[in-house]
Design a protein around this ligand. Structure first.
Ligand code: FMN
Length: 332
């Protein structure tokens, strides 16, 4: 069965990518994922704040300044709490790249333009095959409107594209008012791919100590329906490659997302929960289903269920919503 696909100009043997996660902290875990059949890996993110913090610290010691660091920096982990500083991160990336044959996509995570973007160039020099740019920002400033926020995203994408020759994918959160328009703008700004979607980490409150708990809660399987919808809508509209992410656990999830129009699917929670065995299970399940349903390869099914044939996707979505509510019968 031909499971090969292309993403960001990379030829991949199948559509399963390990998304950015702690599994890429160790070379051995990346090798284990490669041995289990993963087609590419995204390494965990290097953060804008981490780079800026290091630069600020450097400057502080150089100038013996008595001024305290910007207050905002105190919200972030201290440098010593990161497993690796920015330069060690690059060394690790180079080590991962050397250890495996599959493509390695590096991840940087930032929200605004600035000197930190130079690191995109350093990531390229470290040997990454592509770059994933995670723009994760919760906009809390009531004076910033959507156009300003989206404009700043586009600026970051343009700046990163100027810094590297590598293909760049943008990992997006799902909270955009006019995603179809914005997705096209990102393509025009130079994004080669979109990763739909990143997942917001929802904080909780610890009632005993009255503190915010920034813990990670894994996605639930039904969450793949959000990328499923948006990939089906965007696939006919955008030129950029599409990677599906969030809530992907089974071969059926992967098949549905490919039919919606994804070029690849990114796995995180299932790998953290179920280990590398999940990779083989998904691949075997895909081959079995495709054989039973007489598909020769992935290219035959990719995009077959997108909204290309739908003359009015917005009306379709609203109609589906009304039908679902109407047809629901409460169990007595
Ligand atoms: C523990 C943990 C660490 C993560 N680290 C990163 C990261 O460094 N960069 C990034 O872009 N996404 C990171 N993610 C997000 C995942 O790559 C993925 O987008 C998200 O978990 C949704 O996919 P899933 O439903 O398969 O878990 C992390 C997720 C988890 C659970």
């Amino acid at each position: 069965m031909d499971l090969s696909t292309e993403y960001l100009g990379l030829n991949l043997k199948n559509p399963l990518i390990a998304s950015a996660s702690p599994l890429s902290r160790d070379v051995a875990s990346v090798r284990a994922m490669e041995d289990a059949g993963i087609a590419a890996v995204v390494t965990y993110s290097l953060f804008q704040e981490q780079i800026e913090h290091e630069n600020a610290e450097h400057q502080h010691f150089q100038e013996h300044s008595t001024e305290s660091f910007a207050e905002a920096l105190s919200y972030f982990p201290a440098q010593r709490d990161y497993r690796r500083g920015p330069d060690e991160h690059l060394d690790h990336l180079a080590a991962v790249k050397k250890a495996v044959d599959i493509p390695v996509i590096a991840s940087i995570n930032g929200t605004t333009t600035g000197g930190w973007i130079d690191y995109a160039g350093k990531i390229e020099q470290a040997g990454a095959d592509a770059l994933e740019l995670n723009i994760y920002s919760i906009v809390t400033d009531p004076t910033q409107d959507a156009a300003t926020v989206e404009g700043s995203y586009l600026e970051v994408v343009r700046a990163v594209k100027q810094a590297v020759k590598l293909p760049v994918a943008v990992k997006l959160t799902p909270s955009f008012t006019a995603l179809a328009y914005f997705a096209q703008q990102l393509g025009d700004a130079g994004a080669n791919g979109l990763v739909l979607f990143n997942r917001f980490y929802q904080p909780d409150i610890d009632l005993e100590v009255l503190e915010i708990m920034p813990d990670v809660v894994f996605s639930a399987p039904h969450e793949m329906r959000l990328p499923l919808r948006w990939i089906a809508i965007l696939d006919p509209l955008v030129k950029t490659d599409l990677a599906a992410g969030t809530g992907i656990y089974t071969s059926f999830d992967v098949l549905k997302l490919l039919m919606a129009g994804a070029d690849v699917t990114q796995l995180c929670a299932t790998l953290l929960r179920n280990g590398c065995g999940a990779i083989d299970q998904i691949l075997a399940g895909m081959v079995e289903w495709m054989t039973d349903h007489e598909y020769d390869g992935l290219k035959q099914l990719r995009g077959s269920m997108n909204q290309k044939a739908c003359p009015d996707p917005a009306a379709f979505e609203r109609g589906q919503y009304m039908k679902a509510l109407n047809e629901y019968t409460p169990s007595s």
